[in-house]
Design a protein around this ligand. Structure first.
Ligand SMILES: C[S@@+](CC[C@H](N)C(=O)[O-])C[C@H]1O[C@@H](n2cnc3c(N)ncnc32)[C@H](O)[C@@H]1O
Length: 843
């Protein structure tokens, strides 16, 4: 990272270019994608075309009709099913004559056309073939395959067996020996508000104060914190306001303290109880739905100030949406968004996929299997009679056969059957196909006829398929698949039997299965496809050039719903939304998922031994200990900002969390009034713990889990406009939410996956860049980007500390150059004035 003299940004300057303005101006990537689709040589090859057509044999001649129309085309080496994109059209009563016969005229028989089966494809053989995954599941009901976000929600927050609903989430708390309130710890982990208490909250407290000033001393100034955990941030922030911990002028502080109100919205009943036991106001609600708006507004309107008031003060009247008087002014969250339920999507790069057409995408769902014997003994222990047990088993067996044997008997399933032994179960056949997709080295094709050809003719692929199928067949020979509702029912019955539940978790197997996206989901994601079209186009070009068959992306539908909820709470006079969490920008996350098909974007945080007792290996595969451990995902800050911008909001700041802190004093003038706001650093007492180092962006031994630096803690500040000018309580320069906004002063971009940044910087040919990549270069990149990530933050903090200690003169280019050129001076300055330097010096 090049260290450049930073300019402190004046308040009111827009930190980021608008993502929407950029999106409409950046149709370049979309156009480039479309052009590349038109160019057959750049598009991913139709592998069948490569080998099927020579001499007088052409697709136009041989594929028109059905396998019997041009028998001379098929000599035994190649077949209609391997060569023709329309081969899946002809099944059962759907024959060429029935669908395309002359009597039906130009458009063919309308009764034949639905979804991907069109006149263009079936009659003219002149369209992209259907995907084999669609063919596999097109005739079956996938409703009972668990959607990933439903499973995630049940396991984390479900009333029945959700981890957060059980009340074992927190340890500690209560009064210590000296009678003071003890900091409470989550059972699995700690969070910054707890680890850095009370300093973390004071950084927030200072920002809230500046927001209050910028909102013209709004009264009441209502802060809503969503997902408050132990309530530490709420507790410390209110203490900060009440005790004037910021050191504001007394008259000013009185006005501020009188206007300030704080309310929590919390989903977990156990945590809500804990918050209330600390004297905090906490109302039930789910941050992933606008439905929570009404109850939160009711809680705001019932604030202590309104309790005894008579008459009808407008701030005490709850409405459907926030009003100028009764709405919230700021919505805060720390480590809330990472709990939102994810959905994994797959976008095939084969053929001419349309990014904004939902049918080009698939959604990964989950299927659970268990052996019949295990299910039988479990049901017995749960008190089922013999008759009920056998009835349930026969019902589940019927479901398994109807669903999975139907898939095993599709054109693609039959192809697999040709390659494996005759006693292979339907479950093994179908799951082996979905597992194969993650073997990126095989470049598994998307088109169904291409897949049939590869299974038949590519021994590397068919050997791998056989290997997977044999393993799965051994594991699943006597297994049945549990429909989602039966899985839920079993978990419901196990909820009070922890040992039995652990035994169940040992036994149950979870399989990931890509299927077509439901209409409801398509409707929900329509805006997302459009908002990110240019970014997806750029990724698609990149990965297709590298020969990848698909992009993998994770979307949390709750992010858009959350912004909708905040929009409802903030009311027409606007306000702020500030979220802290770990995560990154859209492209960084998409890269990390696309290079590794087994990465579902779900992370299992470290788990204490006592919680793991009796459980299987919870880290090996994230669904393994569903309901018994915490899960988390990486937040897509670009998506949140885009969701805000589509509602007319402004993106004010995005960057590492420590950029919220300001050590130097801030002088503000608003409506002719001068406000002098003292700075507040977390390093207030020169107390350096590993958490303090973490706050300042230093790589620490905190997690030891191999989490990459570019995903670490960030803040995103959005503003629902309340004034003509953009208001910003944060002075430091934002990081980019889109790689095209990367600061030109950055010689590389440590905020994303190193290779994804490095490859395009090597020139236009990605393949060529990859051939230059050695293990040594790769390792060096990892180190360089991790250090760059830290230094980009430390540089800002150092400037802030220098300004706080010696005034702006200290960072004037001339003075800065004099210091930088003389290591002795630099050392002296750092030792005397800047304890933060020890963080960077001790590297
Ligand atoms: C990891 S904890 C963070 C707690 C706290 N903000 C802190 O930093 O210590 C996540 C918190 O968000 C809450 N939560 C998770 N999903 C939620 C949702 N959809 N709506 C409201 N609260 C939620 C959890 O119950 C928990 O209190």
């Amino acid at each position: 990272m090049r260290l450049v003299p930073w300019t402190l940004w004046p308040v009111g300057v827009v930190g980021l270019e608008s993502l929407l303005a950029w999106a409409s101006a950046s149709n370049g990537a979309i156009q480039e994608w479309h052009e590349s689709l038109a160019d057959e040589t750049a598009a991913l090859q139709d592998v069948s075309s490569d080998v099927c057509w020579h001499a007088g044999f052409t697709k136009e001649r041989c594929c028109r009709g059905d396998p019997t129309t041009s028998p001379d085309c098929w000599d035994g080496s190649y077949s209609f099913g391997e060569c023709c994109p329309n081969a899946d059209c002809w099944i059962g009563s759907f024959t060429y004559e029935f669908c395309c016969g002359e009597k039906h005229g130009l458009g063919g028989n309308k009764a034949c056309w639905s979804g991907g089966f069109t006149h263009q494809l079936c009659c003219l053989a002149n369209a992209t073939s259907n995907s084999w995954a669609d063919i596999l599941s097109s005739e079956i009901e996938t409703e009972q395959f668990y959607q990933m976000d439903d499973f995630y929600t049940d396991a984390q927050y479900g009333d029945e067996w959700g981890y957060y609903s059980k009340g074992h989430v927190l340890l500690g708390g209560g009064k210590g020996q000296d009678g003071t309130e003890q900091t409470q710890q989550f059972a699995h982990f700690t969070t910054y508000p707890m680890a850095l208490s009370p300093h973390f909250a004071r950084v927030f407290c200072r920002l809230l104060f500046i927001m209050w000033v910028q909102l013209d001393e709004r009264a009441p100034f209502r802060v809503v914190e969503m997902g408050a955990g132990s309530g530490q941030l709420a507790y410390d922030t209110q203490q900060c306001v009440r005790s004037n911990a910021l050191g504001l002028a007394p008259a000013l502080w009185r006005r501020w303290a009188a206007a300030f109100e704080y309310t929590i919205m919390e989903r977990s009943p156990a945590l809500r109880k804990r918050q209330q036991s600390r004297g905090l106001r906490s109302v039930a609600g789910d941050a992933q739905t606008t439905g929570s708006c009404k109850s939160v507004l009711a809680a705001l309107a019932a604030s202590p100030a309104c309790q005894g008031a008579d008459g009808d003060a407008p701030e005490c009247e709850a409405q459907e949406r926030g009003t100028a008087e009764a709405g919230a002014s700021v919505v805060l969250s720390n480590e809330l968004l990472d709990a939102f339920a994810p959905v994994k999507l797959r976008f095939s790069l084969y053929g001419k996929p349309n990014i904004t057409d939902c049918r080009s995408w698939q959604e990964v769902r989950l299927v659970h299997t268990i052996t019949e014997d295990k299910l039988r003994s479990l049901l017995h222990i749960l008190g089922y009679s013999e008759e009920m047990t056998e009835g349930t088993i026969s019902q589940v067996r019927g479901y398994t056969d109807a669903t999975f044997c139907a898939m095993a008997n599709t054109t693609i399933g039959l192809e697999v059957q040709q390659q494996v032994s005759s006693n292979t179960s339907c479950l093994a056949i179908t799951f082996s196909l979905s597992e194969l997709v993650n073997h990126l080295d095989l470049g598994v094709p998307f088109a169904s006829h291409n897949m049939r050809m590869r299974i038949r003719k590519d021994t590397k692929l068919s050997d791998r398929l056989r290997m997977i199928t044999e393993r799965l067949n051994g594991e699943l020979q006597t297994s049945v698949a549990l429909p989602r509702d039966v899985y839920r029912q079993v978990r419901h019955q196990l909820r009070d039997w922890p040992d039995l539940e652990a035994d169940f978790l040992h036994t149950i197997q979870t399989h990931l299965f890509p299927v077509s996206i439901s209409q409801e989901r398509c409707d929900d994601l329509e805006w997302w496809f459009k908002a990110h079209e240019a970014r997806i186009a750029k990724l698609a070009l990149f990965y297709r050039q590298l020969g990848y068959p698909a992009l993998h992306l994770v979307v949390r539908p709750g992010e858009d719903n959350f912004i909708d909820l905040v929009d409802c709470l903030l009311g027409p006079t606007g306000g702020f939304k500030l979220s802290l969490d770990y995560g990154a920008n859209f492209e960084g996350l998409a890269h990390s998922l696309s290079v590794d098909g087994t990465n579902d974007g779900i992370f299992v945080p470290p788990i204490p031994h006592e919680l793991m007792e009796g459980l299987p290996d919870c880290h090996n595969f994230w669904p393994k200990c569903a309901g018994r451990i915490d899960w988390t995902t990486f937040v897509d800050f670009t998506n949140l900002a885009a969701a805000g911008e589509r509602r007319g909001w402004r993106t004010v700041f995005y960057g590492p969390q420590n950029l919220l802190e300001q050590f130097s004093r801030l002088n503000l003038t608003r409506n002719g009034r001068l406000y002098s706001v003292p700075g507040y650093p977390v390093l207030q007492d020169a107390w350096i713990s590993r958490h303090v180092k973490g706050w300042y962006g230093r790589e620490s031994d905190m997690d030891g889990t191999g989490v990459q630096r570019w995903t670490s803690f960030k803040a995103l500040l959005l503003e629902k406009p309340s004034a003509k000018e953009v208001l910003s309580p944060i002075l430091f320069p934002s990081w980019h939410l889109d790689t095209r906004h990367t600061d030109p002063c950055w010689s590389f971009d440590p905020s994303t996956v190193p290779l994804a940044d490095w490859i395009p910087r090597q020139g236009n040919d990605s393949h060529d860049a990859l051939t230059k990549l050695t293990d040594e270069i790769n390792q060096d990149l990892g180190r360089q980007y991790a250090e760059g990530y830290e230094e980009a933050q430390l540089a800002v903090r150092l400037v802030d500390f220098m300004v706080a200690k010696s005034g702006c003169e200290a960072v004037h280019p001339v003075s800065a150059a004099a210091i930088l050129e003389r290591p002795v001076q630099w050392e002296a300055l750092s030792v005397q004035q800047c304890p933060l330097m020890s963080l960077s010096r001790n590297r």
